[in-house]
Write a new protein. Structure first.
Length: 210
């Protein structure tokens, strides 16, 4: 199988677009914690073998790539949406909002936005929502790394507050140990996403015991 090149930006640079912001999110499928999005503008001729879809990198490689991006990017922004807000507006809208906040957080002008398959409703600049964009565009891959590493760091802090859920290892995903902890301790307000089915079910089980 041929390796897909992370060079989709070239197509847009040929159209005299200067600043391309790549956007991606992390934590969409998690049962707890925030959804985190990042926006990244890379220099036009920037390349790095370290940067790839964050899901394809080891944690050590992601941390290395994170530093490379922070040191070389023209601009980096982050958007964080709480579990309560996710429950209020749903995860897709929360992901959109996080990306829009990340774009603002760059504090840098941009001409075009590339996202990983999410159309943003409230930005005025042109955009493309690219299916599997983090495997096609370097700026989206960079955003996926910033978002993932930022969220992982948040999870390590949450683990210190709620060690019973083993967040440092499961990062809030619905793993066997997390589901067992939910059944044992129940979900926590301000931590878990109560609109998600496994969290709802664990709450019902906990209530039925009383």
């Amino acid at each position: 199988m041929a390796v897909m090149a992370l060079d989709l930006e070239k197509k847009y640079y040929k159209e005299n677009i200067c600043y391309i912001a790549g956007c991606d999110e992390a934590g969409r499928g998690c049962l707890l914690g925030p959804v985190v999005a990042a926006a990244v503008i890379l220099p036009k001729n920037f390349t790095s073998e370290l940067i790839n879809d964050s899901k394809k990198l080891t944690e050590k490689k992601r941390e290395e790539a994170y530093q490379v991006i922070k040191e070389n990017a023209i601009a980096v922004g982050v958007g964080i949406i709480s579990p309560e807000k996710i429950d209020e507006i749903n995860i897709l809208e929360a992901s959109r909002l996080a990306m829009e906040i990340a774009l603002e957080d760059m504090h840098h002008p941009y001409d075009f936005v590339l996202t990983d398959a999410v159309t943003l409703k409230h930005i005025k600049k042109p955009q493309d929502a690219i299916i599997k964009g983090d495997a096609k565009a370097l700026c989206i891959a960079a955003a996926s790394i910033i978002a993932k590493v930022t969220r992982d760091h948040i999870c390590y802090e949450l683990d210190k507050q709620y060690p019973e859920y083993n967040i440092k290892d499961n990062k809030g995903y619905g793993t066997k140990d997390h589901l067992e902890a939910l059944d044992k301790y129940g979900p926590k307000k301000g931590l878990h996403r109560f609109s998600y089915k496994p969290v709802k079910e664990s709450l019902i089980k906990k209530i039925s015991l009383f």
